[in-house]
Design a protein around this ligand. Structure first.
Ligand code: DMJ
Length: 915
């Protein structure tokens, strides 16, 4: 349990009816003062070094933005591996994540105010002209209301805010006549039909051209939306109203917020992840501060700062109190059930919650912000990036990382609040990791898997809107920025809105609220901040002293299940509840406890519910652990130098790359290309890594043929044109039902898109060397030294651009050749298709970290039985025949679960009845 308010570093209340200006000024004062009082602690960073890092950020931005403008614009986003634009409908669908793309040059609009922050005023002027002449907001595309609001409406408003600032300064933008604002207004009106629901909560999607419901609109039938989706509108909509005088936008956003507030779970004061937009019922009753809810809380506090409306602060404080009481388990933030907030809903955290320490700084609650940030930093140090989800014992739960900016955001705010140079060092590490692992010749590529270091062909617009802003501001002095950043508030997409909006067109602020505002007892909010005196109790080592006890929290952690244990029952001498990890079906006492669960007392019911959750998690965890993790194909020759890393499927036969050193060699296509008969070009593949096309015969047969020809490894390339690991679940190549011990070389599988990157490189450079491994290796320093600074005119761009865009969605199972689809050789899915929903989706489960699944090695000596259990399963699995279905080993748990089906249903019914 968290300290629930105790021990916070901030004690003086902000006057509860303070005008916004006081709050904003206090916040600004807090940050500035803190920075200037710093005298000791981590070694200070010199001005020169900060400038150097700032310049590095500028160079990185140029690399990302320049490549987008040159190779992708006017498309919405850059695909940095294939060096072309992502145009919706022309690439295989990635599901919800594509709803951000509206054919409106998303990255350009999202980058507008970043250009000004980074002092690229001339480029800003050019970019605004391009938006005005090129961008069409009337496309027949169904887009996410949330994403369009935060990225496009926010981007246009941020651009407008800084355009008028520049115009007033008298040098740039003298021609500007509110054109961006007019576009923003046009877009605002396009979004309004989404609010046509009885609740006032918006539909999650809208057709930019046709709105909602009309047959052509292809939307308007949804019933649910995420809390963040409905609750992250007020800043942009209020700014639009106040800039233009059209009150309707602010009214609609307020109404949605009022409805969410009304629907909060009254006893816990928490909100769920998804809500029915018609009935207001909570659809998902789990509650955290990450995916699906995050920016709802952010906007309550920031709406108070921007609009000076006390009701927003009081709502925020009420929720915050609940978050600190139930969700915060320092340094962790763990989802709970809204009706049973002492019950954890998950054993993992998602990367989106990394914004929360930054929000806590704005609130003035620095201690937990420092703690959570430190924990996150240790996870990053372990994996180079924050995986999309990670468990409470810091194993990878979902291995993707789409270059999210939240951690950089919190680092910036913590530095501003503490002035501790430690946070500058953190920022430096972020820069180094981005350059080392994500930078590719044509931009920065998202990490497909932080464990292997493989890339995904995407560079989301928020990377330009947010990451570079926060990193640049982290190292900048006041005089490095051409305007006063403290006159603005950051939206959730880091767009800048001027604080003076608070006093402009205020007429709507108090009318049209659906709920009666009830005065709350706010005596518990004494720590409401910012307040510099209490934040830094005359101790410049404050932040360091909070971090110190957490120094090894990640390394020293042992695998564990549910964290929260009801301390009170232990204190009263009651027996600790039975945990799934301790359960033994042969233990009569355990069976007796099981029988009791779900019976009379709510405590037993709670134990039962938790037990079932743990069983399900344990079972799926065990199944996952019995699958092979993905592998990496890294192109190491000129001009790639290890920068491009492709996600590859492993084989259940041949050399196991996780146990042996990587295999490195030049690639050569086999003849016949399908590798289904003796090779006619053995001299070409001898000593090389053979490329073979999928299909016509078994994977193992191909492996034998290339091995006989002298190949040292093989890469099977999918014959389904357009398939990609971005959109299809990866699988492992099964054997042929015979003994495959004779196959000694490593074999990996690439989908067509990833394979064509290698094939294209051969066409362009002839000699292409690759590294097959379980995890991408650091780039070869010798090659790095030889490398010339990359020129955007390098012919590799042209070659990469020629790669045929995949146009069809691929169903892997249907697409298999008949031979490979035989019962014995059926590919085993490695993981579910990975789709991202920045605001709404929960990460799907994936394989656990291969290195971490090997038991207690590397962990401290106090690990529990669970560790040994995992160790045994891992060892047995390695001895087993490749054709055995690994999922079967979880059978005992599965059968226990089957016996428990009835109980699960009962628990679910109880849960529906709110227990
Ligand atoms: C951004 O688009 C916004 O910050 C949003 O609120 C959630 N996170 C993404 C980037 O990760």
């Amino acid at each position: 349990m968290s300290e629930a308010g105790g021990g916070r570093g901030c004690g003086s209340p902000v006057p509860q009816r303070a005008p916004w200006s006081l709050v904003a000024t206090t916040a600004a004062l807090c940050l500035v003062t803190a920075t200037s009082v710093w005298t000791a602690g981590a070694a200070p960073m010199s001005r020169e070094e900060r400038q150097k890092l700032g310049n590095q950020v500028l160079e990185m931005f140029d690399h990302a933005y320049g490549n987008y403008m040159e190779h992708a614009y006017p498309a919405d986003e850059l695909m940095p591996l294939t060096c072309r634009g992502r145009v919706r409908g022309q690439e295989p669908s990635r599901g919800d994540v594509d709803d951000a793309l509206g054919k409106f040059s998303l990255t350009l609009i999202d980058s507008l105010d970043t250009l000004v922050v980074l002092n690229k005023t001339k480029e800003f002027e050019d970019a605004v002209r391009k938006v005005l002449t090129d961008v069409n907001l009337d496309n027949d595309v169904v887009v996410s209301v949330f994403e369009t609001n935060i990225r496009v409406l926010g981007g246009l408003l941020g651009g407008h805010s800084l355009a008028i600032m520049l115009k007033e300064k008298g040098e740039y933008m003298q021609w500007y006549n509110d054109e961006l604002l007019q576009m923003a207004k046009q877009l605002g009106y396009k979004l309004l039909p989404a609010f046509n629901t009885t609740s006032g909560l918006p539909y999650p999607r809208i057709n930019l051209k046709f709105g909602i419901r009309k047959p052509e609109a292809r939307t308007g039938t949804e019933t649910d939306t995420c809390t963040a989706c409905a609750g992250t509108l007020i800043l942009e909509f209020a700014a639009l109203s106040r800039f233009t005088g059209a009150t309707i936008f602010e009214e609609y956003a307020r109404k949605a917020l009022d409805f969410l507030w009304e629907k909060r779970q009254r006893s816990s004061n928490l909100v769920g992840v998804t809500i029915n937009i018609h009935t207001g019922d909570w659809v998902r009753k789990d509650s955290g501060v990450g995916a699906g809810i995050d920016s709802y809380y952010e906007y309550l506090l920031k709406a108070y700062v921007l609009l000076g409306d006390d009701s927003f602060l009081e709502r925020f404080n009420t929720h915050y109190d609940a978050i600190m009481r139930y969700i915060s388990q320092p340094p962790l933030l763990l989802d709970v059930h809204i009706h049973k907030p002492m019950l954890n809903a998950r054993t993992w955290m998602d990367a989106l919650l990394a914004f929360f320490p930054g929000l806590q700084v704005l609130k003035g609650d620095i201690r937990p912000a420092i703690e959570t940030h430190e924990m996150l930093y240790q996870v990053i140090k372990k994996h180079n990036f924050l995986p999309e989800a990670f468990t409470t014992d810091f194993r990878v739960h979902w291995a993707q990382h789409p270059l999210r900016p939240e951690f950089a955001e919190s680092t910036y705010f913590l530095y501003k609040a503490t002035g501790d140079p430690y946070y500058l060092e953190v920022g430096k590490t972020l820069i180094e990791n981005l350059n080392k692992y994500a930078r590719v010749p044509c931009g920065f590529a998202a990490m497909k898997d932080v464990r292997t270091g493989s890339h995904e062909d995407r560079m989301d617009s928020f990377f330009l809107a947010e990451m570079f802003k926060y990193l640049y501001l982290l190292f900048a002095d006041k005089e490095d920025i051409i305007f006063d950043i403290e006159d603005y508030i950051f939206t959730t997409e880091a767009h800048l809105l001027p604080l003076w909006l608070s006093t402009t067109n205020q007429s709507i602020s108090k009318k049209n609220t659906t709920s009666e505002y009830v005065e709350l007892d706010d005596s518990n909010f004494d720590w409401t901040c910012p307040n510099t005196q209490i934040l830094f109790p005359n101790d410049p080592l404050y932040a360091q002293s909070i971090r110190e006890p957490l120094k090894n929290v990640v390394d020293k952690s042992c695998p564990r299940g549910i964290i929260r244990v009801r301390e009170e029952s232990f204190r009263s001498g009651a027996k600790p509840p039975l945990r799934a990890r301790d359960f033994m079906a042969t233990n009569p006492e355990h069976l007796e406890i099981l029988k009791k669960m779900g019976a009379a007392s709510s405590v037993d019911a709670e134990d039962g519910l938790r037990f079932m959750q743990e069983m399900i998690e344990l079972s799926s965890q065990q199944q996952k652990e019995q699958q092979l993790p993905p592998r990496a194909v890294q192109i190491v020759s000129h001009p790639f130098f290890g920068r491009v890393v492709l996600t590859a499927g492993p084989a259940q036969f041949g050399l196991d790359l996780s146990k042996h050193k990587e295999t490195r060699g030049f690639v050569a296509s086999s003849k016949p290309y399908n590798g289904c008969s003796e090779l006619t070009n053995p001299e070409a593949v001898m000593g090389k890594i053979a490329l073979i096309q999928r299909g016509q015969c078994m994977f193992a047969e191909k492996a034998r043929n290339i091995q006989n020809a002298g190949a040292i490894g093989g890469i099977v390339i999918d014959d389904n044109e357009g398939s990609s690991s971005d959109t299809a679940p990866l699988f492992q190549m099964a054997g042929d039902g015979k003994d495959t011990d004779d196959i000694k070389i490593p074999m990996l599988f690439l989908f067509s898109k990833e394979g064509s990157i290698i094939l294209d490189a051969i066409r362009e450079y002839e000699e292409v060397e690759v590294l097959l491994s379980d995890k991408a290796k650091d780039r070869d320093p010798e090659m790095e030294n030889e490398e010339q600074p990359f020129s955007e005119n390098d012919s590799q761009y042209q070659s990469a651009e020629q790669l045929a865009p995949g146009s069809q969605e691929v169903d892997l199972v249907d697409g298999e050749s008949p031979e490979e689809n035989s019962p014995n050789s059926h590919p085993e899915p490695l993981s579910p298709a990975a789709t991202d929903n920045a605001a709404g989706a929960s990460p799907s489960e994936q394989n656990s970290d291969p290195t971490e699944n090997q038991g207690p090695a590397g962990l401290d000596g106090e690990c529990t039985d669970l560790d040994n259990q995992v160790q045994e399963q891992s060892e047995t699995e390695e001895d087993s025949s490749p054709n055995v279905s690994w999922g079967k080993k979880a059978q005992p748990i599965d059968s226990i679960l089957a016996d428990w089906n009835e109980d699960i249903e009962a628990f679910e019914m109880m849960e529906k009845g709110e227990l």
